[in-house]
Structure formats: C-alpha cells, structure tokens
Design a binder for this molecule. Structure first.
Ligand code: AMP
Ligand code: FES
Ligand code: ZN
Ligand code: ZN
Length: 312
C-alpha cells in the first residue's frame, strides 16, 4: 500500500474511503477533515470559546489536540467521577488529561463530583437506586448535567465531546431498534442551544474509532487504554460489535448508516416533525435546566434522594 499523496509507504489504510496515507499525510488529513465537518455542520467559529469535555481517552484528547492545531479557542473540562474499578480508573485518566494540558500550556478545568455532591458516582448510583445496579445510567445523567452546567457557568459558547462514528452509529442503532423518534430527531453532530442548554457539538462524529486510535498514536498522545470498568457487557458495546461484524463484510456500512440517517432527517423523510408531540419542557426550579416533569429534574431529584439518605 502506498500513500495516495506522496507514494511513500502508507501507514493507515481506510478501506471505506479507498484511501491509504503515510503517517505525515494522515496527520494532515485528520485536521483537514475535522475542519470540513466543523464548517459543514456549522459547529462553531474561531471567535467562539469552546469547552472540550476530556475523559483522558483517545477520542477527546485527540479532539482537543486537533482543535488546538486548527487554531480554535478550546479549553478542557475533566469531570472526576470517582471510579476505581481496581485500576484507579478515574485517577489515571485525570493524570493523563492534566499531563496533556500541562505539556501544551492549555487550560483544563477539573470538577470533582464527590467534592460537589458529597459522593462519587458509584455511591450516588447505589443510594439513588437508579440503573439496575450499574452506575452507568447515573454516570451519564451526571456527566450531561455537569458538562452543561459548567459550560454555561463559565461562559463557553459551545460544548464539544469526543464521540466518534462508532459511538454515534451504536446509539443510532439502538434508537432505531426502538424507533425512539424523539431521540432520533435530536441525534446529530450539532444540538443547538435551547433554554438552559449549551450548544453541543461532536466534531469527530464521522471518524471511525480506529482512525482516532491511529491519530492519537501517530501524534504520540498518551491516553488511558482501559475502558471504564463498568462498561463491560453494556448494550452499547454489544451494538458496536454487531456493527463491526457488518463493517468487516461491507466496508463503509457504518458510515453510510449514519450519513444516510442525517440526510434523510434533513430532507424531512424520517418523521413528520410536527406530528411528534414534543414533551413540554419546564425549567427545573432548582438548577434551571430543562425537564419534562413539573418538579425538579431527574438529576436534582437524584441528588435530593442521596442527600436525604445520607442525612439519616
Ligand atoms: P463516553 O460517554 O465515556 O463514551 O464519552 C463520550 C464523551 O464524553 C468523551 O469523548 C468525552 O468528550 C466526554 N467525557 C466522558 N467522560 C468524561 C469525563 N470524566 N470528563 C469530561 N468529559 C468526559
Ligand atoms: Fe461512567 Fe463508566 S460508569 S464512565
Ligand atoms: Zn504521504
Ligand atoms: Zn435540576
């Protein structure tokens, strides 16, 4: 395999794009493509302040690296979830996120959930009895809520996450299996800001996971290899495996699945939006983020419950 640009030995072969590149040209191609996606989906401009949610994993650190290389104003946010799993998962991921920031002179905000709310994620999950014994549901709820709160509090125009194509295709697959029309209408590279919610963007949503691994390795980014210790056996991992099997026999299937979905929705083919009853959203009386109940939002109710139990 030869690099399509220079004819040297290729180090990355992307069957789905029928494109092979050497390391040097691959490191140019990834930011060029990202810039193209940022423009195409109107994610943000160079005048806007961006908050990148970094987990210490390859995708979010690669995203921060790319935005920095492209000259965007991007600061980082690390949420300390307090997950150990016998491997010091949170501790190690925080160390790597901090190291990345320090080496490049970038600003990283660190927010520790236990300090903010009295307990780490696994305990919040246990006490609030949500998520059938697994902390992932509470973890997702807390991450969404906190990323949004912090982006707003600190005055960032937009919140960027490192979700890649494998992540997005797995979510799309799950939402399609359930025909979750509300989720399908909201899933995409950009979620515009609305009352109480910051604009959210996923600049890597068209890159395969293996493309991001190749980028992080080629750039020499140190990241945490381990998955979250609770991720084992999760539905999203199962869907990713299914989609990978499909991809093996049909290169490009994952990308087509996702892109055709975006196109169909844009044309209005997917659902007649007017027919879908949008849940009436209210501002949570405690935190101000939108919720479909008249009461506190799920996050604030979860914290209330934890506080009530802890006070006993
Ligand atoms: P995940 O939900 O673990 O698949 O992560 C999806 C995205 O959420 C990552 O690419 C990050 O942008 C963000 N994220 C995950 N965990 C954290 C964390 N502990 N702190 C900040 N951002 C995170
Ligand atoms: Fe939150 Fe695993 S439970 S990252
Ligand atoms: Zn080359
Ligand atoms: Zn609330």
């Amino acid at each position: 395999m030869k690099c399509k640009k220079c004819g040297e030995k290729a180090s990355v072969n992307m069957r789905q794009h029928k494109l092979a590149l050497c390391k040097e040209h691959y490191l140019e191609w990834v930011p060029e493509q990202t810039e193209r996606f940022i423009k195409k989906y109107e994610m943000f401009t160079r005048d806007e302040k961006i908050l990148v949610a970094v987990s210490g994993g390859k995708d979010s650190l690669a995203l921060w690296d790319i935005l920095h290389r492209l000259g965007y104003q991007a600061d980082g946010l690390y949420l300390g979830l307090g997950i150990d799993g016998g491997i010091g998962y949170s501790h190690e991921s925080q160390r790597l996120a901090q190291k990345f920031a320090d080496e490049r002179g970038l600003k990283l905000h660190v927010v520790d959930i236990e300090k903010e709310y009295g307990q780490p994620i696994p305990v919040l999950s246990e006490i609030s009895h949500r998520g059938h014994g697994k902390p992932c549901a509470v973890c997702g709820l807390v991450k969404r809520h906190e990323m949004n709160r912090i982006a707003r509090d600190l005055g960032y125009a937009v919140l960027a996450t490192g979700h890649n194509l494998d992540d997005e295709a797995a979510v799309l697959f799950g939402n399609t299996l359930n025909w979750s029309s509300e989720y399908l209408l909201r899933q995409g590279p950009v979620l515009p800001s609305s009352d109480g919610l910051a604009r959210k963007v996923k600049p890597l949503c068209r890159f395969y996971e293996r493309e991001m691994t190749a980028y992080a390795l080629a750039r020499g980014i140190e990241y945490i290899y381990e998955e979250c210790p609770y991720a084992d056996g999760s539905q999203s991992i199962y869907y990713k495996e299914l989609l990978n099997q499909l991809e093996t026999t049909r290169p490009g299937a994952k990308l087509t699945f996702y892109l055709r979905f975006l196109e169909a929705r844009k044309r209005g083919d997917l659902f007649i939006e007017q027919n879908i009853e949008h849940a009436h959203l209210h501002a949570c009386p405690k935190c101000g983020q939108p919720t479909s109940t008249d009461d506190y939002c799920s996050f604030c109710r979860m914290i209330e419950k934890v506080n009530a139990v802890s006070a006993k």
